[in-house]
Design a protein around this ligand. Structure first.
Ligand code: AMP
Length: 398
């Protein structure tokens, strides 16, 4: 089976990677792994949106956009024919196995809601079918179906992550309208730190999402492995997050479910916001409660008050803390109510290992009053962010 490493080497050989000398992570930061994948909170994992995106994929232009080429291993400069083939690994037959025992054909209004096809969307793509792809190795399983590494059969053979969602399971979870809206939103987002959705199509039982392949996988796995991240690595991730959030807010999109489990890593180690709510994660871990995790919720949400995009500022503060320390700041394993109380009181305690600059940024984001939270544009100029920013490095894992 192909390893991610070998795929990355081949992509690097195609000069897709801009980075030359990755610096190894500090080995001093190993702590007990505390992370496991968590479910998204259905009520939290919603996006508010009302934006009109530029037409980046018009019908009159049936080929894929250049950023699809870049993101999927296809050089835009025309190296095409002579480039080495990227090994996408061994397909395990999982889609066929799944299709036999899982999912029913959906009828009525739900069927209409879930008849999702980007070739007839507001921003039309070419028409896609499952038979257009060579299937590769499994990348993972989500609540509604599996994710595979795939390559388009026709030249120039783009590499993507193909995510399956079973329509009947979406209907069972009563999220068909939410999923439809979120897929349409995601297709229109274009930012280097937001995972691209290039297109989508469906058959009688399933929806397929053609996603940018996140070559370095899930960020929470890195966090589990290392326990926490160095100040430099954390700062670089937060820099990228703040930039992506500014972009989303500029499009009137509030994420509302920022946490390590919803972040992926691109081929250069760059952060990608990879979950816009349609991918509800498998259960069985510390953040699972009746209504999902409280750890990233701001006071106004735990208190049931109205909220706005400043909920994401708060979550950015929580994320900074979790990257550096390895646990979210208000976590209380004894009870959900205690976490709730600690959030509402902003009961923030720092271990001595954290730098004064990082402490300053976190404290300014974790303000009870949303209006007092540091603006994202100011986060981008904060000394702790500027200090570690490198012109040459897009990734965070250096
Ligand atoms: P999800 O349904 O989004 O939770 O996806 C299930 C698993 O598939 C994730 O935990 C990732 O390991 C993997 N995965 C999902 N999307 C991608 C992607 N775009 N690139 C690489 N791996 C992915």
């Amino acid at each position: 089976m192909t390893s991610v490493g070998s795929v990355m080497k081949q992509i690097a050989a195609l000069e897709i990677s801009a980075k030359s000398n990755p610096v190894p992570l500090s080995s001093t930061s190993i702590a007990k792994p505390t992370h496991s994948k968590q479910p998204s909170q259905t009520s939290v994992a919603k996006l508010l949106t009302k934006f009109a995106a530029p037409k980046a994929f018009p019908k009159s232009k049936p080929t894929q956009p250049s950023n699809l080429r870049q993101a999927t291993g296809e050089p835009s400069s025309g190296l095409g024919a002579n480039r080495p083939a990227i090994d996408i690994g061994q397909y395990d037959g999982g889609l066929e196995t799944d299709n036999e025992k899982r999912g029913e054909v959906v009828h009525g209004e739900a069927a209409e809601d879930l008849a999702l096809d980007s070739s007839i969307s507001r921003e039309p793509t070419r028409e896609w079918h499952l038979s257009d792809f060579d299937m590769g190795r499994p990348l993972g399983k989500g609540k509604f179906g599996r994710v595979y590494m795939v390559r388009t059969k026709s030249a120039p053979k783009y590499i993507l992550a193909l995510k399956t969602l079973y329509k009947s399971e979406i209907v069972q979870s009563r999220v068909e309208k939410q999923i439809r809206r979120e897929i349409e939103i995601q297709q229109n987002l274009r930012h280097p730190n937001v995972l691209r959705l290039y297109g989508y199509f469906h058959d009688s039982k399933r929806i397929f999402l053609m996603l940018e392949f996140a070559g370095k996988g899930e960020l929470y796995k890195q966090l589990s492995k290392h326990g926490h991240f160095s100040e430099k690595r954390s700062s670089r991730y937060i820099d990228q997050m703040a930039d992506a959030l500014m972009y989303l807010h500029g499009k009137h999109v509030i994420h509302r479910d920022i946490k390590p489990e919803n972040l992926l890593l691109g081929i250069n180690g760059e952060l990608k916001i990879g979950d816009f709510g349609w991918s509800v994660h498998a259960p069985g871990n510390r953040r699972m409660t009746l209504c999902g995790t409280l750890d990233y919720l701001p006071p106004e949400m735990v208190e049931g008050k109205e909220h706005n995009e400043k909920v994401d500022y708060w979550a950015l503060g929580v994320l900074t803390y979790e990257f550096l320390i390895g646990n979210p700041p208000f976590e209380d394993s004894s009870s959900v109510n205690n976490t709730y109380r600690r959030i509402a009181k902003v009961d923030l305690r720092f271990p001595s290992t954290i730098s004064p600059e990082a402490k300053d940024l976190i404290s300014k984001l974790l303000q009870y009053d949303p209006e007092q939270r540091l603006a994202l544009s100011t986060v981008l100029c904060h000394p702790w962010i500027v200090k570690y920013r490198s012109k040459n490095s897009v990734g965070g894992d250096t």
